[in-house]
Design a protein around this ligand. Sequence first.
Ligand SMILES: Nc1ncnc2c1ncn2[C@@H]1O[C@H](COP(=O)(O)OP(=O)(O)OP(=O)(O)O)[C@@H](O)[C@H]1O
Ligand SMILES: NC(=O)c1ccc[n+]([C@@H]2O[C@H](COP(=O)(O)O)[C@@H](O)[C@H]2O)c1
Length: 289
Amino acid sequence: MATQTPARRTSTFNNPPDYSFASHRFHKTLRNSSKQPIVLVACGSFSPVTYLHLRMFEMAKDYVRQNTDFEIVGGYLSPVSDKYKKPGLLNAHHRVHMCSLAAEQTSSWLMIDSWEAFQNYQRTAVVLDHFDYEINTVLGGVHTQEGEHRNVRIMLLAGSDLISTMSEPGVWSHTDLDHILGRYGTFIIERAGSGMDQATDSLARWRNNIYLIPQLIQNDVSSTKVRLFLRRGLSVRYLLPAAVVDYIEENNLYLDDGPGPEKEKGKEKDGAAGKRDVDAGSSKKSMQS
Ligand SMILES: Nc1ncnc2c1ncn2[C@@H]1O[C@H](COP(=O)(O)OP(=O)(O)OP(=O)(O)O)[C@@H](O)[C@H]1O
Ligand SMILES: NC(=O)c1ccc[n+]([C@@H]2O[C@H](COP(=O)(O)O)[C@@H](O)[C@H]2O)c1
């Protein structure tokens, strides 16, 4: 059997100008010392952020409380860099601002990290390493009520459509998958049209670090649909936080057709998601380490 290259953690990070890591809602003290502290990180375009993106965190919170020995000490949305060049990807300043409005006005625990947004494209494995560094090295992890230090485990929060791309050839390197799923782990939220089994079949070797969360109330709101509605002059109110809708209207966002045809996620079949990105000149193939 071929020897696998062990996943190595990135240890030096270039920060964008004026960058600071958000920690105003990070819980420095573990409420229950018998639990393992975790931070949830959702990586994505968030163009624009929808209620479904925010609900992923609430679903994960319920799941963690009912089914695991983890305690969530922080939750972050990490908008991808403009260099990701996905169709419909609005300028990072707007995307980060909308995420911040959404988190501050609708949540008591979510935060935004702009580290990957304001620089060159960073692979998800590197983004998780950056969180590990900021939380465990810079912030010093957390303490129990008795004052005992604990390292925080970083975990990726993603929809099943994103996880199914992990089985598509050329999108993720094996080393990165081993790093993300072996070292960190993931919570997968079921997404309409994108099967959970199909998403995880080829990831079985990391099954102990993969937690599947069913959507008990089916909701297939996507950023793509929101952008389509906006282009057609239709209302998107109640699909996203009011402050985000107001911001979109005030700044006349998403009125242009953009550079290429948009396909909706979750509804795609047989690798169409991969094709979309190749067609759009995106760097899915070059996202491997
Ligand atoms: N309706 C949904 N159900 C489950 N997961 C979702 C849903 N919408 C988004 N996600 C997840 O949120 C994360 C961020 O995704 P992203 O910003 O690409 O959202 P999106 O709505 O799929 O965007 P787009 O429509 O522009 O492709 C991904 O892990 C994605 O799987
Ligand atoms: N190899 C990788 O690290 C890799 C590959 C594909 C997508 N992603 C990430 O997944 C997120 C969502 O991507 P999509 O919106 O294209 O599904 C983005 O944050 C992107 O950076 C990472």
